[in-house]
Design a protein around this ligand. Structure first.
Ligand code: ATP
Length: 470
């Protein structure tokens, strides 16, 4: 078996569309920039990633509880958090073709780190470059006729109330740019309604919205996405220990679900947000997008969030230690990852092109627990009633426990190829011997492609062993 290495974004996009993982939004209207829809396979993979994350972050932990807060929140939330005044990116427009570009990304190409620079600082850098004969060019049409950099808010505005009302400062609401806002606002409710004691975490999975300037990297950066976040509340004296514990937990989680360690690396932020004491990212080697890029952020946020919301709401958000009866404002550390970006990382990792005996195949070597379809069931021939009936019976039997797919389309080789491309670990074929002779089926393994004959009576325990062995 000969593995080829070249993974390109075009190949991933094509597989995603061909096999029903990811479709461009509003496809029949020509698409809608930086929004994507998840097809039958994509939604299964997304659900499996969510479940795997939730299991590790909530289900198996005694110190973490879950939450599902609304997307709309009191607009003051975003004033208090600093998002209304400062959640923006520097933008440059092309005067010729009207393309929008992130000024920080354009400077990156000249080795200048513009992270956290103001628009004025960026414009000074651009002038300097220009004096050295290094002009910025439009990444779309190559024109040098560009606007100056200006700050552009990433907040997505909407309005609630009377549909006839104009969008004004009074009725404006924001689609949340991150899910953690809902966690801070419910911190007191959770404290009062459950048995949590410091240190404890609140985890949430949900949609977030950002009016991203640069949105050309498939589902890596989209304007609507899902975040999976843990906000962990603790006494500041425990921060060092707990922070490194959580860094290890998150790193190991990726390894446990099949990401190779060589494809992960830590990035420590040098320039920090004003409230942060330490911030690290887990970067993944998105080779098809040019190399290592942020996958997940793990940050210390101090007491900024609770203090700000306490100040703006006028409500006390401290924590009284039941043993000592002293009150503190807990510090927070967070782990935050985009589910869609994570899905891209796992697809990227799993995508494999192999050459076997002169034939090539594409196979998604996804961890079995993540595979959208666990077992595919085929009748050997489409038009043989008894085979079809038996295969459907097996589908009914196994689908109680596993996501299964019945397929009678095309020859067996074609059906294997389709299942390989969607990452199905096992294919079960019902043939004439099944009915006439041995009451057994052929099971083919995705990775080794080996086949074995198993009695139908033993099928349930066979798959139980296979899927619980991880
Ligand atoms: P980036 O530097 O990539 O813009 P960020 O530092 O602004 O990301 P955070 O605000 O820390 O990101 O968000 C935490 C996580 O949410 C990121 O690590 C990423 O996985 C995910 N995320 C953020 N923005 C997007 C987006 N536009 N599309 C998809 N996922 C996103």
């Amino acid at each position: 078996m000969n593995e080829k290495k070249n993974k390109t974004i075009e190949k991933l996009v094509s597989l995603c569309k061909r096999r029903g993982f990811v479709f461009p939004s509003s496809d029949i209207y020509g698409g809608f920039a930086a929004v994507y829809d998840y097809g039958p396979m994509g939604v299964e993979l997304k659900n499996n990633l969510e479940k795997a994350w939730w299991k590790s972050m909530v289900q198996k932990r005694q110190d973490v509880v879950g939450l599902d807060s609304g997307i709309f929140m009191h607009p003051m939330t975003w004033k208090a958090s600093g998002h209304i005044d400062g959640f923006d990116d520097p933008q440059i427009d092309c005067k010729k073709c009207k393309a929008r570009m992130g000024a920080d990304h354009m400077l990156e190409a000249f080795g200048i780190d513009a992270d956290k620079m103001t628009a004025d600082e960026i414009n000074i850098q651009i002038e300097k470059l220009s004096k050295e004969g290094k002009d910025l060019k439009c990444i779309n049409c190559g024109s040098k006729d560009l606007t100056k950099a200006k700050m552009f808010s990433l907040m997505v505005k909407s309005n609630l109330g009377s549909p006839t009302e104009e969008l004004s400062d009074e009725n404006v609401v924001y689609l949340r740019p991150e899910t953690c806002g809902g966690i801070y606002l419910n911190y007191k409710n959770v404290l009062d309604s459950s048995r949590v004691k410091l240190p404890f975490g609140i985890a949430q999975i949900g949609k977030a919205f950002r009016n991203e300037i640069v949105a050309r990297q498939f589902i890596f950066r989209t304007r609507e996405f899902e975040q999976m976040e843990l906000q962990y509340f603790l006494d500041p004296k425990d921060m060092g220990r707990k922070f490194s514990e959580w860094k290890n937990i998150r790193w190991d989680w990726y390894l446990n679900y099949g990401i190779k360690e060589e494809n992960l690396k830590w990035y420590k932020h040098i320039k920090l947000a004003h409230y942060a004491a330490e911030a690290w990212d887990i970067e993944y080697n998105f080779e098809a997008l040019g190399g290592f890029k942020e996958l997940e952020g793990i940050h210390q946020r101090g007491d900024w969030d609770l203090s700000q919301h306490s100040k703006f709401s006028g409500k006390k958000l401290d924590y009284r230690d039941p043993a000592t009866n002293t009150a503190i404002i807990p510090n927070i550390m967070e782990t935050s990852v985009g589910l869609n970006r994570m899905l891209l990382a796992f697809l990227h990792e799993a995508y494999t092109e192999e050459e076997i005996d002169g034939e090539s195949r594409i196979v998604l070597k996804l961890d079995k627990r993540l595979a959208p379809i666990k077992v595919a069931i085929f009748p050997l021939l489409k038009n043989k009633e008894k085979l079809v009936a038996k295969a459907k019976e097996l589908h009914d039997m196994l689908s109680d426990n596993y996501m299964c797919e019945f397929d009678d389309n095309g020859n067996i080789g074609k059906r294997y190829r389709r299942q390989d491309e969607i990452g199905t670990p096992y294919c079960v074929t019902v043939d004439f011997d099944t009915i006439e002779k041995d009451d057994s089926v052929t099971i083919r393994d995705r990775d080794s492609m080996e086949q074995e004959r198993i009695k139908i009576d033993n099928l349930k325990s066979y798959f139980f062993d296979k899927f619980s062995s991880q």
